[in-house]
Structure formats: structure tokens, C-alpha cells
Design a protein around this ligand. Structure first.
Ligand code: NAD
Ligand code: TYD
Length: 347
């Protein structure tokens, strides 16, 4: 029999890609997406999913206990995958409060509701940023699942806080949890405030490309679909109580990514401007994904050189999608869509 899976944050970048993967790969399962539709949530991204009878969208805040308990009682989910989070480091430096609220308290509420209905799995989508950073001059060092948590930003601290709470709920209450910690993702539907989509959108409009500091910082990039496939595997075959690191050994300096984007779009590198560095800027992230490969047979399928071309192509052919974000129009989609449905429902 098909399962009911609650997916939080499914109107965001990775959550939406995960929703589409699940609907495609597991058509017997029902996906219930919970999303508050913050500035980072875009219901237009889920337009196709909304046509699928196996998909339900619920606009709600994961911190809202009453709403979450009511939904969990109604849906009796078999599994929960928590993508919902405030996710942008720069915003966390400006205003940490909402990060603690959503990323930590929201996780607690979801786990309390999961305990009450007795889910078979609660999966927490975490990040490699909980391990802090690595020095540039030690390319032999990687984050393993045993690397101590040592965070730098309010964002990563809030994610680490949530991870500790997940482990506590497993040990104290026996909640069947798993945690995945992935490196930087790129691909379709990423909000144009993150490095790759921001640079593509700015380059296409001949706007300056703001590189923090010298651009020597290293990130370990993974195509979003590979991340989603890894989560799907953990959900169905992973061991309860475990942490899994996800990454594809694809380290790049920020400046090289920006240059590559300029080249691919036929734009001059004169658009690049070096701006004031991010406070507390992590130098290098690098994941050791050996456990995922050894225990679950997972391998990244998309090479960076192919994935980045696909991504650039996607932003070129979906200019409406990101233009509506830049203009703010995307935030009206929910009202338009649901005002129409409510009117139809009351006819
Ligand atoms: P995103 O910012 O694109 O999407 C977040 C989604 O969560 C949005 O749809 C937003 O509306 C929703 N949301 C925010 N607060 C909410 C709340 N209180 N209640 C309900 N919904 C809420 O983020 P993303 O890049 O897709 O990241 C998803 C998850 O993956 C996050 O937990 C993030 O920490 C983690 N992660 C991201 C990356 C990356 O490179 N983007 C890498 C590793 C891990
Ligand atoms: P980002 O996409 O915000 O992801 P994270 O900080 O979670 O790794 O940034 C990726 C890298 O790119 C990071 O080192 C900061 C840098 N960066 C810039 O140089 N300029 C920008 O405008 C942005 C958004 C990021």
C-alpha cells in the first residue's frame, strides 16, 4: 500500500525538487506538502504537482503546534521529511531570531506531532555547514559523520541545534529519526539570492556580479536531484538513528563559478565586483560521502560540468519564473489560485 509522506518546505528549492521526484518515482505514495510560503516559498513552482491527485498543499507554519497536530491527526503520515527552514546565511547574520524559531522550534513541533501519531520515520534535512569550515591549505581534510559540530553563522547554529534535538528525540523517546547533511546544492528552482542563480540572473541583466572578498572560498557543489535521490534512499533504506553525509567531491572556488557563468552566457568578466566579505565567512566545505556509498550504494549521477550547463539553460528558458520573483509577483500566486478555488468550492 502507498505511504503518506508529509514534506515540509516543499515550495522551496530542494523541497520542490523532492516533491517532483517522489511523485515520479513513487506514484503510489501521497505527498502532503506543508509550507508557510515565506519570501523563499513559491507556489508557482508546485503548479504541476497541484494537478496530481496524489498531492496536497497546506499553507501553514511548522511552528504552529495546533495546526501541525491537527494536520498530523488528519493525515496520519507514515513518514515526515523536514526541509522547511530559513536557509540564507546572509539573512541569518542580519536577523537571527526567525532562524532559531523556524529551524529549531519548528523541528521540535514536527517531532512532537510525529511522536503522537507514531510515524515510521522522521527525516531531518540538515547541512554540512553544521561542521563549520575547513582550512584552504588542508585539501586532505573532509567532513565525516563523526566530525564535531562547530558552527559559524546563526543559520548553521540553528541547524546544528535542530540536529542535536533530533538525536535527543531518538534517544529519549525512541522517535525513528534519520538526519542527512548535504553540501551546497544547485539546479532548477533555486531562489535568486543564492550564489549560482543570483549570478545567472544578474549576468543576464548585465548587472554587477558581487563576489564576497576575493572569491577564494570553496563550496562542494551537488546537483539538487542527486541530493533528493539520496534522501529518498535514506528514507526507505537508511538505518534509524543514523546521520548520513551527502556530497559529490566537487569543490570549486566561488570566483571560478562566477567566471564559468560569465563564459557560458557570453558576458564580460568586467561585471564582477569584489564586495565586502561576509562576516565570519566559512572558508571551505568538503563532504566525505563514503558512508552513503558504502551503506546505501548512493552515487552522484550528474557531473558538475553537465549540471551547471543544465542549470544555466533552465534559468534561460524559465526567465518568467525568476522575473516574477524579482518583481514580487510570485507572492500573489497563492491568493489568486486559492481565491479562485474557494469561490468555485462555494458555488
Ligand atoms: P529554501 O529557502 O529554498 O526553501 C525553504 C522553504 O521552507 C520555503 O518554501 C519556505 O516557504 C519554507 N518555510 C520557511 N519557514 C517555514 C515555516 N516556519 N513553516 C513552513 N514552511 C516554512 O531552502 P532550500 O535551499 O530548499 O533548503 C531546504 C533545506 O535543505 C533546508 O533545511 C536547508 O537547511 C537544507 N540544505 C540546503 C542546502 C542548499 O544548498 N540550498 C544544502 C544543504 C541543506
Ligand atoms: P550561498 O549561495 O549563500 O550559500 P552558503 O553561504 O550557504 O554556502 O553562498 C555560496 C558562496 O558564495 C559563499 O561562499 C558566499 C558566496 N557569495 C558571494 O560571493 N556573493 C553572493 O552574492 C552570494 C549570495 C554568495
Amino acid at each position: 500500500m502507498g505511504k503518506t509522506i508529509i514534506v515540509t518546505g516543499g515550495a522551496g528549492f530542494i523541497g520542490a525538487n523532492f516533491v517532483y521526484l517522489e511523485l515520479r518515482e513513487h506514484p503510489e505514495d501521497r505527498i502532503v506538502c506543508v509550507d508557510k510560503l515565506t519570501y523563499a516559498g513559491n507556489l508557482e513552482t508546485l503548479a504541476e504537482a497541484l494537478q496530481n491527485p496524489q498531492f496536497r498543499f497546506v499553507k501553514a507554519d511548522i511552528c504552529d503546534r495546533e495546526a501541525m497536530f491537527a494536520l498530523f491527526r488528519e493525515e496520519q503520515p507514515d513518514m515526515v521529511v523536514n526541509f522547511a527552514a530559513e536557509s540564507h546565511v546572509d539573512r541569518s547574520i542580519e536577523d537571527p531570531g526567525i532562524f532559531l524559531q523556524t529551524n529549531i522550534i519548528g523541528t521540535q513541533v514536527l517531532m512532537d506531532a510525529s511522536r503522537e501519531v507514531g510515524v515510521e520515520r522522521y527525516h531531518q534535512v540538515s547541512t554540512d555547514e553544521v561542521y563549520g569550515d575547513l582550512p584552504l591549505d588542508r585539501p586532505d581534510l573532509f567532513f565525516t559523520e563523526e566530525t564535531p559540530l562547530k558552527t559559524s553563522s546563526p543559520y548553521s547554529s540553528s541547524k546544528a541545534g535542530a540536529d542535536l534535538l533530533v538525536n535527543a528525540y531518538h534517544r529519549t523517546y525512541g522517535l525513528p529519526t534519520t538526519i542527512s547533511r548535504c553540501s551546497n546544492n544547485y539546479g532548477p528552482y533555486q531562489f535568486p539570492e543564492k550564489l549560482i542563480p543570483l549570478m545567472i540572473a544578474n549576468a543576464l541583466e548585465d548587472k554587477p556580479l558581487p563576489v564576497y572578498g576575493e572569491g577564494k572560498n570553496v563550496r562542494d557543489w551537488l546537483y539538487v536531484e542527486d541530493h533528493c535521490k539520496a534522501i529518498d534512499l535514506i528514507l526507505r533504506q537508511g538505518k534509524v538513528g543514523e546521520v548520513y553525509n551527502i556530497g559529490g567531491h566537487n569543490e570549486m572556488h566561488n570566483i571560478d563559478i562566477v567566471r564559468l557563468i560569465c563564459q557560458a552566457l557570453g558576458k564580460s568578466e568586467d561585471l564582477i565586483v569584489h564586495v565586502t566579505d561576509r562576516k565570519g565567512h566559512d572558508m571551505r566545505y568538503a563532504i566525505d560521502p563514503a558512508k552513503m556509498q558504502r551503506e546505501l550504494g548512493w552515487q552522484p549521477e550528474t557531473l558538475f560540468r553537465d549540471g551547471i550547463q543544465k542549470t544555466i539553460q533552465w534559468y534561460l528558458t524559465h526567465q518568467d519564473w525568476w522575473q516574477r520573483i524579482l518583481s514580487g509577483d510570485y507572492q500573489r500566486y497563492y491568493e489568486e489560485m486559492y481565491a479562485k478555488r474557494i469561490a468555485e468550492g462555494t458555488k
